[in-house]
Design a binder for this molecule. Structure first.
Ligand SMILES: Cc1ncc(COP(=O)(O)O)c(C=O)c1O
Length: 396
């Protein structure tokens, strides 16, 4: 009775090993959770102040596109980042997740294809499968820091069914921040082949070592083929708020997205009030959070570099590090870490990167680490990982 799409939709590689960590924790093991991008930084107080300020007597439906005041706040935020959009071009969504689903849904019919750079944010595959859209990978490699693959590789992946290119910048899971030249290459390619660009910029504020984020919106002449996905989840440590946005200047897309939005009625009213508050926070807040993640990136990278046989590049943004481990199968290794290994009652959990690829067999020795703990804990967690690799390979 169950649909094919329900069977084919993959379980999240970020969450599917959780039963093993639950088991380990039941046995009293302290697990360093580096598998999920849940920041530990406190949600700013202004979130609560704004919810308190509005405090409606009835928690009501809002406009399906989202509260005008919140859309205006987002338009102001973008203006500060040299992105000129008006509130009509913004739809508030239930997290960036819903924005991805709406974007794929407004561009693709069942059977259409979307190019993406693999390894990619694993849930892209879940959404594509849900919509019967084929996600076609163009593979980046750990050996060159997961940089943008060659345009020839993109050309090879094209078919008459290709409708769009979807990518995250900064990248989850690799932490690569695409340069102006790289983003330009993607845009030129999309223009040449009449594709829509779905640019996922949820980590846009987290770029390190003085790098500036290059938004697809910084390029001219592509207004009609561009959709931006964005979110407050990571930027303001407000993952549970479930507030994201879809931005497009293409009026037809906006109309289609509005119909999808009407079908799900509206985003949570209370969260929209909180988000209006969060968007009042200026550069001082984002700079301090970015500096904290950069410190954590440094701690994680330095510790990873010390593990013999690991292929790792210094992440440039987001809060993830992807690495190739000297193990035959990273998923088996992580399960082993949770079942068999600990140092003084502590072990480390990462995400196997194979679930961030669709090419069979790709990423089998790779992991993703989310550096969302304090630096000292990250150093210890990675040292435990290194000891684990040593023991694991001895035990085989
Ligand atoms: C690249 C990327 N896009 C979108 C999302 C979705 O975030 P949310 O739905 O919490 O806004 C995430 C979450 O991890 C992500 O990493």
């Amino acid at each position: 009775m169950i649909s094919k799409r329900a069977i084919e939709t993959p379980a999240s590689p970020i969450r599917r090993l959780v039963p093993y960590s639950d088991e380990a924790e039941k046995r009293g093991i302290h697990v360093y959770h580096l598998n999920i991008g849940q920041p530990d930084i406190k949600t700013p107080k202004i979130w609560y102040e704004y919810i308190e300020k509005y405090k409606p007597e009835v928690v009501a439906y809002t406009h399906s596109q989202g509260l005008l005041e919140l859309r205006e706040a987002f338009a102001d935020y973008y203006a500060k980042h040299n992105i000129n959009v008006n509130p009509d071009e913004i739809t508030i969504t239930n997290g960036g997740s819903e924005a991805i689903m709406f974007a794929l849904g407004v561009v693709c019919d069942p059977g259409d294809e979307v190019l993406t750079i693999e390894p990619f944010y694993a849930n892209y595959l879940g959404f594509a499968t849900y919509l019967s859209v084929k996600l076609v990978p163009v593979t980046a490699h750990p050996e060159d820091g997961y940089r943008l693959p060659s345009m020839e590789a993109f050309e090879r992946a094209l078919t008459p069914k290709t409708k769009a290119i979807l990518f995250s910048n900064p990248s989850n899971p690799t932490g690569t921040v695409y340069t102006y030249e790289e983003v330009k290459r993607i845009i030129e390619f999309a223009k040449k082949h009449d594709l829509v660009i779905i640019s996922d910029e949820v980590y846009r504020e987290f770029t390190f070592d003085g790098r500036k984020h290059v938004s697809a919106f910084h390029f001219e002449g592509i207004e009609d083929r561009l959709i931006i996905v964005d979110s407050i989840s990571k930027r303001y440590s407000a993952c549970g708020a479930r507030i994201g946005v879809l931005v497009t200047k293409n009026k037809e897309f906006s109309k289609g997205v509005l119909k999808f939005a009407q079908a799900r009625l509206c985003p949570a009213e209370t969260s929209q009030y909180g988000a209006i508050g969060l968007l009042k926070l200026g550069d001082e807040y984002t700079n301090s959070v970015r500096d904290e993640y950069q410190k954590r990136r440094d701690a994680t990278y330095e510790a990873m570099k010390k593990i013999p046989g690991v292929v790792v590049h210094k992440p440039e943004g987001a809060f993830y590090l992807a690495a190739k481990l000297p193990v035959d199968n990273a998923e088996d290794f992580i399960i082993w870490m949770l079942k068999e290994f600990n140092i003084n009652g502590k072990t480390t959990m990462a995400s196997p990167l194979n679930g961030f690829y669709v090419t069979p067999g790709a990423g089998v020795s790779e992991i993703r680490i989310a550096y969302v703990l304090e630096s000292e804990k990250l150093t210890e967690a990675v040292e435990i990982l290194g000891e684990g690799i040593n023991e694991y390979n001895k035990s085989k």
